[in-house]
Design a protein around this ligand. Sequence first.
Ligand code: HSE
Length: 434
Amino acid sequence: MKPVKVGICGLGTVGGGTFNVLKRNAEEIARRAGRGIEVAQIAARRPNPKCETGATPITADIFDVANNPEIDIVIELIGGYTLARELVLKAIENGKHVVTANKALIAVHGNEIFTKAREKGVMVAFEAAVAGGIPVIKAIREGLAANRINWLAGIINGTGNFILTEMREKGRAFEDVLKEAQALGYAEADPTFDVEGIDAAHKLTILASIAFGIPLQFDKAYTEGISKLTSADVNYAEALGYRIKHLGVARRTDSGFELRVHPTLIPADRLIANVNGVMNAVMVNGDAAGSTLYYGAGAGMEATASAVVADVVDVVRALTTDPENHVPHLAFQPDSLSDHPILPIEACESAYYLRIQAKDHPGVLAQVATILSERGINIESIMQKEVEEQDGLVPMILVTHRVVEARVNDAIAALEALDDVVGSVVRIRVEQLA
Ligand code: HSE
């Protein structure tokens, strides 16, 4: 059988890795796909010194690939929202299948892209968009297809996890670690996407859609970064038996779906709390399978290429399938997506770590306890440290039971209004993931 021809758009880290893996494992991949897979064209602004592209035709214009009649599958690896959207829509219009690693593109424009792809009967595959080399999309979309998914929680940004790990293990400064992550090639072009949780929110949006069968709604995700975390809180969390991780959490509730990315205290003995450095992990809880955990490299040249090439193999295997029998993009049939709302963060529920800086007076703890109890907030544990020399204040650390966020907001406002409380109350959400 004739080989399937693919065009790679973008020959950066992931594009270069994809070319190399397709070339190195060509025989093994063909045995799996049932046909050879040939890179017929590459679009790149500059060569990648890690790739020997040999006689493969190279163009500087990505639309040459989308318009090339020889090409069956366009692999979009240029990143970004705007040009990537135009490229993907053009490829679909030309009847080509698309494989992409672009989480921002899928999270923001996925609904439009999938609608167009269905109209043309082509596939759009995006395993590499979430957690690099971990086949978590396939696991949720296909492996857990029997389940009603209750919740999922993931460490889905390697740069952020690397920063938190280095801060905790070596007491290193935030900026210093971020520079190292950039040098390792993990950080986004705009590193605020990593540290402010935008990259994780893109990925969480995609995971939530395929877990719950809801349209992609990135604009409704709550996003809080790690840039304001202090080593004091990292250490207090440790003393209480927790680790702080930058977690994406999606949860089904009776009133809607929670979709939130924020620093989170997790019990230190959970497997996911011990996922360190640039590694990613996603925990999924389904009613039949219970909790499952997927762990591996969330970024990197060949780890991400592994997911891209697996998608290419999937597309090749399904080339002769009727379009209506393709695995649905968002796991559920498009006319069966749920319109249950995404909840605002005030309506989400979790436990809370609160750190209060108080004056060292009798009765302060009683006032704090009263404010919490008046709002129905149950205290799970409390830790009061010795007076700090530099300001004479007492750090008071509380962990609450689960409560709706609006009540905690109200309590924090009342606490900050107390004469004996100085500055802002630090609030970090806590998840048991049990
Ligand atoms: N910047 C991302 C990360 C790359 O650090 O995880 C993979 O999406």
